[in-house]
Every structure is written in C-alpha cells, then in structure tokens.
Design a protein around this ligand. Sequence first.
Ligand code: UN1
Length: 499
Amino acid sequence: MSITKVLKQLGLNAKDLKGGDLIARSPIDGRVMAKVKSDSKASAVKKIARSAEAFSAWRAMPAPQRGELIRLFGEELRAHKEALGALVSHEVGKIVQEGLGEVQEMIDICDFAVGLSRQLYGLTVASERPGHRMMETWHPLGVVGVISAFNFPVAVWSWNTAIAIVCGNSVVWKPSDKNPLTALACQKIFEKAAKRFGNAPKGLLEVLIGGREIGEVLVDDKRVALVSATGSTRMGREVGPRVAARFGRSLLELGGNNAMIVCPSADLELAVRAITFSAVGTAGQRCTTLRRVIVHESIKDKLLPRLKKIYGNLPIGNPLNGKTLVGPLIDEASFNRMQSSLKVAEEQGGKITGGQRVKVKDCEGGFYVQPAIAEMPGQTEIVREETFAPILYVVTYKKFEDALALQNDVPQGLSSCIFTQDLREAETFLSAQGSDCGIANVNIGPSGAEIGGAFGGEKETGGGRESGSDAWRAYMRRATNTINYSDSLPLAQGIKFDV
Ligand code: UN1
C-alpha cells in the first residue's frame, strides 16, 4: 500500500504533515515522508495537565466500562490492521508480516485488557481482631507516561495503554522521534474508539512529539505517577534515578543480550529455524533478538554450515515486498554501530561471515545489511554488549554448567532459551540455578513472546514487567483496608491502651 493511501486510510491529513520541524524519514529508502510539528516544553506541560484532569474523571468510571473503551479500541484496530501494519513497515522498515504481527499484538492485548477489566481482584485477609475485616483494594494510579522505542513503535505502547486505561489511568505517550506517524495514527484510532464510547474525558491519551528534551518533561513532572520506558540501558540509567528522585514509579524494559543454548540432543532442524527467525527477524532490532548461540562443541560443525547456508540465501530487501524476510536497519547511525562492533569482534578473535551493506534497487538511501555470524573464541567483551543489529555471536561449550554460566554472564537479563530433548537439562535451565532472565524458553527462540505472559527482564534490562499475567499491578496503587464492625476497639498485637 502506498504511503499516501496508508495515511489517508488512517485519517492523517497530508496537509498537517507538512512544514513541521521533525522529519519523518522512511528507512526503506531514506525518503522524507512527512515533516511533523514537535511539541514545545510548554505544550508538553499543558498536555500533562490535561491528562491529570482526565485522570480525575476516568478513575471514577467503573472498571468494566473502562474495558468497553478498550474493546472498541480493539475493534478499530481490527478495522485498521492492514493500514497501520503498512505504516509500521513504511516508518520503521518492518516486513509486511511483522508489521501486521505488531498490530495483531495490539489487538491481543486489548482482548486481554477487556477481560482484565472485570478481574482487578484484591484480597481478603484474615484479621487478628474479632469483628474486623481486612482487605486489599486496587485503585487507579494516575497519569501514566509511556516512552516507547522505534523498534516496536505501536505494540509496546498498546501493552501499556490498554492495561493503564482499564486500570483507570490516563496516558501521556512520548514515542521515539523516529516514528511520529505511527504514533499520530494510533492517537486517531484511539479517538475513534473514544468517540464511539461517548463519555471518555478529553485528554485520556495525549501524545508528545519530539526528542529527548520532551521526554525529560514527562520524566520530571510530578503529576506523572508511573513512567514506563522501553529503550536502551543508557536511557533507563537516566530515567530510573530521575523518576525515583521525585518518588515516582518507573517500569523499565531495556536492553537484552539473549542467548540460545544448543545441546547435543537438540532437534537441529527446529533450532536452525528458531535461530533464523530470532536472529535476523526485524533485522536484529528486537529487544528479544537472539544475539548469542552457545553450542555444544560436538555439534557446532553440524549446526553452523546449515545456518550459514540459510544466511546465504536470505531474501534481503524492500520490506513492502511480500517475499522479503530482512528489511533495512533504522538508519545510518545504526549501520555504523554494527560495523564498528564487527570490527571489534574481529579484533577480539572473531571470524565473521556477512555483515556488509547490501544495495537494494530503488532503495539506495536505505541501510540494508547481510546479517552477520561471528564465531568467537569465547565470550569476549563485545559479545557481552548489545548491538542493535543482526550480529549473531557463536561460542562453544563443553560442560552443561559452563553453558549456563556463559548464558548468565552478561549484564542484561531479558530473554533466553535452550534447545534440548534432555529433561534434566531443560528443567535445570528453568530452575533457580538456571537462566537468570525474565523469559526462559525450551525448544523455541527467545523472541516473539505472546502477550499473555509478563514481559521484561532482570539486571540491566531494568526489572519491569509489562503486558500479561499480573503486570497490571504496576499500573495501580494498593490500599489495605481494615473495617471494624464490632462495638469495641481492640488493638492489634494485643496492646492495651485504656483511657
Ligand atoms: C521489544 O523488542 O521491545 O517478544 C518488544 C517479542 C515481541 C515484543 C518485543 N513480542 O519479540
């Protein structure tokens, strides 16, 4: 679908997308798609104020009714799936399937949140005092600030927003300055749902367009109760302490350095397919991308030739072409970072296959690369870093304990997996002595998680959990209530205090 048609279908007026200061370039060919107006600090503050006002009204709306708004939003997303998926492809270079998959992830989280809106359960606690009842109640939290990254420009925002809204919060969204168009399109779609809903307060969803300084306004504003930020560890290292300094809450989903352990009993057919999808899918730009293969030395020579053969035939090119599996990197800076990491890997003893720029006809301004495999002599410093590009480091192991130690010996702790048919290895990997990541899988790759589970990781990944399971609790505040229905006033701990 052409960009003009996509924008039209999503209700974005081409005239509003001219003359602004923020240039939206397509990574497909580097062409300018739009010039969007950024927020000023003053307009950002105004939007946060409007959001705080919206929160005051929205928190009083019964949760199942809040769920109805998200049900309508899910319906609108279904109707706009193709166009929004195509816009994701145009704006961040995802292949058609992955653009659509991202919108499906939004639809899925809406369904989840609708159900959740009737299940925001608290507990009843046994009171130690006669004639007393204790309970826990979950209340809306406040304005939720969402900072999202270019690589999942709409899905990660929707995990946060669908849950935040059913939990009774308002949302202020600061998307990456690399994808203003998908953000504006999501706002339009949300507004359609809000209009059908009828009495949603104005300002329930505000979008802040701009760069770092606008993100800082959101991070520093006391009215923003929770800042949910997805991006690099460097970004999280700044956001976390700044939000904490004003006693705000933060939910961080940062870098990953995800590994696969391939054991001697592994089904290599499955392993090779899983490696390919999770290492080269999204051109290596998922936070869950497979970056390290830790393979038993006895099967390295079976695994690597198969992998290299597939790598050699990857359809790399224009992501709008239905046959393409590997689209472009987001920009030139990303390409340069990939090249310098490969150079360092080589200096550290790596043997590199691939990694070079690929010229794609009619897309000369895009940065396409041949995904790289780097056979390393061990887990050197560069292997322990996350480079947001398709570089797959391969190291070998002898003893299973060594494989586990390698898996855990990186600063990040997002996703991990093992390929084995040995029950002991699989269960050990999932146990307390096993993978230290937030996500640990058996016989599937580390990327492409379903929304039903809690998503996030440990260590430098930031510790936050978004999306499914009970991640909703981060978006609410908990109150402990004790009710005395007796005619006396016994004190806890048996304290006597007679007056
Ligand atoms: C991200 O890259 O920030 O598990 C999120 C996955 C996707 C989400 C990735 N469902 O790969």
